[in-house]
Design a protein around this ligand. Sequence first.
Ligand SMILES: [Zn+2]
Length: 99
Amino acid sequence: MTTTEAIRHLGSLYAFANAQEVKAVEMAIEALKRSQPTRKHKPIIRNAIKCVSCDDVIESIHRHDAKKCKCGRVGVDGGLDYLGRIGNERDFIDMGEWA
Ligand SMILES: [Zn+2]
């Protein structure tokens, strides 16, 4: 599992987690980021997806800005910190952008 996949997976847990679990997920994400200091990440400038079921385009503005589409099938989270994706990858078109 790559760091990006791990962070994406952890981000998807937000929708179902309580405050304590969210804190644990955040700490895990921070640890993952620190564990690969030499890896070059392009800064995220847009964190958005389009739901293929309802055509809703949803965008996460900040780290804890979790949003779901109109039909509730998919969601985004993480703002410009990480690309949190909720739902199945085949159910959305990724519109994330990097600098
Ligand atoms: Zn939808």
